[in-house]
Design a protein around this ligand. Structure first.
Ligand code: ADP
Ligand code: MG
Length: 681
């Protein structure tokens, strides 16, 4: 059976090149892929009805004798077959079916079983293009509860059912991979039973123990991969780095604030990693504005002090620049050499940087993806820091850990607020530090909501704020999934505000070139104007210390997490930040709820949780892009409990299990076997 499941679907009966293509559209290539395409529902075709008891509109199965053909042979007129039982007559109507075919499936004077929806036309019952027609002796094939699958056009239920049935016929129960105590927790059902029930049992749903068992399998398969990755990475011995707290403290004095307790503790965790003989592979997770950058710079400082080079990569040029400036400030009274490298760096300058990196004249390189180009080589890279990495999946993380070489520690930073219950499933290969405490002086952003009609009040408020030296973000709505429309709305607002604010307004949108965007953002940063109108392209993570107000138009178009991220753009200086959510009248209940939640909380983790409840897991900002949301069955909201069980399970497996072979089949079922092989670093 093991081999059978992983063969191409082409070996199944009735699968030709056409079906292969159609199945591919549904991402079904191997036979095991068929298993995970569960029925969307079931149609009850049991209980054969006699023709005097038909109900119009109901899907019904009948057993009748074929008595007469009526083939009009005129275009657009359907073919008709008249059938009867002891109690009445019915017309079976065929559009687009050939005479020969009809004669074959409905031979005169034979008894057949037909299933389809009952119509009534010109005082006669009829079934049009029945879903099933079989000879009476094959009655069992139709007279039952039949699964409905979500299929693609051209792939019929019938073909698909035949495939599934072949698969089900050919599978047997594999050796159980779960421990007894785990099985007890997840419903005590076998794999085979679960597969059968999910495909055939009308009672089955998302929360049945059968479905849950399979979902648990999937969660564990994911954790196994992460755990294996972690183990392999942890085996790397590296040269230890030193930590010098006197030096760190001195550097922090270059800032006019003190570290929070949370920051201090995380710095300690990182230092333990640096001083350890094993490679660091750590994620620093924290809400926008929680102060991750400083933490990473202190790590960098100690690695540099230990005579290693450090690279810090940010997703955008302007963000990288900001980090660069901050680093320059921090290292200003030291002999640490910092360089900046991005796609925009001139070729000549690039060459110089490359040379200096090789002879270690540069200790600290900050920039964008350009850092990872082949010709950028370090003499002795000791730490890689990556900011805002919500686009990295397991595979990429593994790649990354290889890149820096044996002695290179890795620190990732992410603002995607993943709920605690899911951290293992997402980042089980890494150690995780969570920055929850916000810098002390930082006040929560005040969030208000206003109907659009009251825009005048808002203008008055803004004018006053600008007079006090503050700046304003004005976010225009995503009206349609069309950049053009978004753009025209933003332009309109821009013109309107230009009139009201004596031309001290800027406009930025998705259609602009990178350089143009950077120029505008820099101008805003330098206070060349007071209001920045934008579509949602304001970069995540940039500090605009003077921007304290953000207006979000048509705020109901955004998800909760997205709104939270947007308002995180303001209040990054010492002034009170304000977020005003504009809305059009007649808000939906859901939209009202979202606004209420935002007004009541500034906690990104809490908001992410609420967002998941309201919208479902897949839609929450950053999760989809994370590339780690590759669960086919498990739902991080519905199955939170399973994730919790799996978290304990995997710890136990890590400690006590010597034989991972027993999970091989499980890993293969969920396409994880390849990744495990790739981990051979
Ligand atoms: P993020 O976690 O979003 O990357 P940053 O590291 O950019 O946050 O920090 C946001 C702002 O808060 C920066 O201006 C930073 O200098 C400042 N900051 C960081 N830590 C503290 C602190 N302990 N006290 C006061 N301000 C801080
Ligand atoms: Mg940041």
């Amino acid at each position: 059976m093991y081999d059978f499941l992983f063969k191409n679907v082409s070996i199944l009966d009735g699968v030709g090149s056409k079906t292969i293509k159609l199945l591919k559209k549904k991402k079904i290539e191997k036979i095991s892929d068929l298993l995970w395409n569960f029925p969307q529902g079931f149609t009850d075709r049991t209980n054969i009805q006699t023709l005097d008891k038909l109900e119009i509109g109901k899907i019904t199965t009948i057993k009748v004798k074929v008595i007469k053909y009526n083939f009009p042979r005129i275009r657009n007129l359907p073919n008709k077959v008249i059938c009867e039982d002891e109690n009445g007559k019915i017309d079976i109507i065929f559009f687009n079916s050939r005479e020969g075919y009809i004669r074959k499936i409905l031979p005169l004077n034979t008894t057949v079983v037909i299933s389809g929806k009952i119509n009534y036309f010109k005082k006669k019952y009829q079934i049009t293009n029945p879903a099933y027609i079989v000879p009476a002796f094959k009655e069992d094939y139709v007279n039952k509860i039949i699964p409905k699958y979500s299929l693609t056009e051209g792939l019929t239920e019938k073909i698909y059912r035949k495939l599934i049935e072949q698969v089900l016929k050919n599978i047997t129960n594999p050796t159980e991979w779960h421990k007894k105590e785990i099985l007890n927790k997840i419903g005590n059902v076998t794999w085979l039973e679960s597969i059968f029930k999910t495909h055939q049992d009308i009672e089955n749903n998302f929360n049945s123990k059968f479905y849950k068992r399979l979902a648990y399998d999937e969660i564990l398969a994911n954790l196994l991969v992460l755990s294996q990755a972690r183990k392999k990475i942890k085996k790397f011995k590296k040269e230890k780095k030193k930590f010098n707290s006197y030096y760190s403290n001195k550097l922090i004095q270059n800032f006019n604030f003190e570290l929070t307790k949370n920051q201090t503790n995380i710095i300690k965790e990182i230092n333990n990693d640096l001083e350890s003989e094993y490679k660091m592979f750590r994620l620093l997770q924290g809400d926008v504005g929680s102060g991750k950058t400083i933490v990473s710079l202190i790590a960098a400082a100690n690695v540099i002090k230990s005579n290693w080079q450090v690279a810090l990569m940010a997703p955008t040029e302007i963000l990288a620049k900001q980090h660069y400036k901050l680093a320059c400030k921090m290292f200003k009274s030291t002999n640490v050499n910092i360089a900046f490298l991005s796609g925009g760096t001139e070729a000549k300058e690039k060459k110089i940087i490359q040379k200096k990196l090789l002879n270690k004249e540069i200790n600290f390189l900050i920039g964008t993806h350009a850092l990872f180009q082949k010709n950028v080589q370090f003499k002795n890279l000791g730490l890689v820091i990556i900011d805002e990495q919500h686009k990295f999946g397991v595979r990429q993380r593994i790649e990354l850990s290889k890149k820096g070489g044996r002695n290179c520690d890795i620190l990732l930073m992410s603002a995607t607020p993943i709920p605690r219950t899911l951290i293992m499933a997402f980042y089980g290969d890494m150690d995780v530090s969570r920055l929850i405490e916000k810098p002390m002086y930082r006040k929560d952003i005040v969030t208000l909501s206003k109907p659009e009609e009251k825009i005048d009040e808002i203008l008055i408020f803004i004018k006053k704020q600008i007079r006090n030296g503050n700046q304003v973000f004005w976010v225009c709505p995503l009206i349609e999934e069309s950049k053009k429309l978004d753009y025209s709305a933003a332009v309109k607002k821009y013109n309107y505000l230009m009139k009201n604010f004596t031309n001290r307004v800027g406009l930025i949108h998705g259609g602009l070139e990178k350089e143009e965007k950077n120029r505008i953002l820099n101008n805003f940063l330098n206070k060349s104007f007071d209001i920045l109108v934008s579509t949602t392209v304001i970069e995540v993570g940039i500090d605009f210390p003077n921007a304290n107000i953000i207006i979000i138009e048509n705020s109901n178009k955004f998800g909760l997490s997205q709104l939270h991220q947007l308002r995180g753009r303001v209040g990054r200086g010492k002034e009170q930040g304000t977020c005003i959510l504009l809305y059009k009248k007649n808000l939906s209940e859901n939209a009202k709820k979202r606004i209420k939640i935002l007004k009541s909380s500034n906690d990104g983790f809490f908001i992410a949780d609420e967002d998941m409840k309201l919208r479902g897991f897949g839609d929450v900002l950053g999760y989809k892009q994370s590339g780690i949301k590759d669960f086919k069955l498990a739902d991080p909201i519905q199955h939170q409990n399973l994730f919790k069980i799996a978290e304990k399970d995997i710890k136990d497996i890590e400690e006590n299990e010597k034989n991972f072979k027993k999970y091989n089949f499980l890993l293969k079922l969920f396409d994880k076997a390849d990744i495990i092989n790739e981990i051979n670093l």
